[in-house]
Design a protein around this ligand. Structure first.
Ligand code: GTP
Ligand code: MG
Length: 303
């Protein structure tokens, strides 16, 4: 074997940023062909950063999915926005996703503070106008393209649907042009860096987002208390669903325990698909008053 003439490699970090619900996590999952980041129709689904590592031939793109950009209202939001700024300031490329179906000439697509944050980074910026499948007439995206072109912020503007692997492949080709020459950051077969506990807690949180309404998903956190891997038989997982107020506990539990049962069943199936093995899942509901506003409590949840 002769490694002295090995090909140059290209590798870099790409921060996926944008407003809540733009399709950032969906995009990353389609890139990797694997569900790494949870996706729901509700805004503010993603709360932490999630890596998705795409490696092909001599190219490695480390995507970092981030929470949607919002104006913080409590300490949890501040922690979420801290992740966003850190990623924006350290990324090699910024990938901005925007839901083009919500574009209107009468409304600023982004808060000015979003552009202020982008301005702090010297990295090339690529805009993906997402959800074009929702446009009845593709011409409807022209005003959006025009608007964003005039901001002189983006090196590339590309319309896509994050559901379409072909569109996502085109986006990868465009992003690849901006990835610097560098050794790989991760082994070729690594897809993400979070541990199984993280993915399990996210899959439970996803079900709470899907099955509970109003403020409940936003007042809820999931904490893994026990994660027992067994040689034989099912793995045992014990998780706490944390709520903010005593009145929220019976809502999560539901009439005759129906809702928590449903959350448990749906999450167990998702966890079993993810871990590719059978699990026994125990869920408990706990009240931690005002946890979203308590920096210490947030720290204990890994923020
Ligand atoms: N029609 C359509 N829906 C999409 C597309 N991409 C994402 N969605 C949907 O949009 C919703 C939000 O998607 P997410 O991927 O969770 O969005 P996000 O930007 O990660 O949202 P946050 O984590 O809340 O910031 C989900 O219901 C997705 O199924 C798309 O290209 N077309
Ligand atoms: Mg997300």
């Amino acid at each position: 074997m002769n490694n002295t003439h090995s090909k140059d490699t290209f590798a870099g970090f790409v921060a996926i940023i944008g407003k809540p619900n733009a399709g950032k996590s969906t995009f990353m999952n389609t890139v990797l062909g694997e569900k790494l980041s949870i996706v729901t129709p509700k805004p503010q689904t993603t709360r932490k950063r999630v890596l998705g590592i795409y490696t092909k031939d001599n190219l490695q793109i480390v995507f970092v999915d981030t929470p949607g950009f919002i104006k913080p209202r409590y300490a949890l939001h501040e922690a979420m926005m801290e992740y966003v700024s850190e990623e924006v300031l350290s990324a090699d490329v910024l990938l901005v996703l925007f839901d083009v179906s919500e574009y209107s000439a009468h409304k600023e697509p982004f808060h000015s503070t979003f552009f202020e944050l982008l301005d702090k980074s010297p990295a090339p910026k690529i805009l993906l106008l997402n959800k074009i499948d929702l446009l009845k007439d593709k011409k409807a995206m022209l005003p959006a393209i025009d608007f964003f072109a005039k901001t002189n912020t983006f090196s590339e503007i590309l319309p896509i649907s994050a559901f379409e692997p072909d569109d996502v492949a085109k986006a990868i080709q465009v992003i690849a042009k901006y990835i610097p020459k560098s050794p790989f950051y991760y082994d070729e077969d690594v897809l993400s860096t979070q541990n199984e506990r993280f993915f399990v807690s996210e899959l439970i949180r996803e079900q709470i987002f899907l099955l509970c309404e109003e403020e409940i998903p936003y007042s809820t956190e999931v904490s893994i208390v026990e994660f027992k891997e067994r040689e034989k038989g099912k793995w045992y997982i014990n998780a706490e669903i944390i709520v903010e107020r005593p009145t929220q506990k019976p809502i999560i539990i539901g009439k005759d325990g129906q809702r928590i049962k449903q959350i448990g069943e749906h999450s167990r199936i998702a966890i079993e698909n993810h871990l590719r093995r059978s699990v026994y899942l125990d869920l408990y509901v706990k009240v931690r008053p005002k946890w979203r506003q308590n920096p210490r409590q947030l720290k204990s949840f890994g923020y």
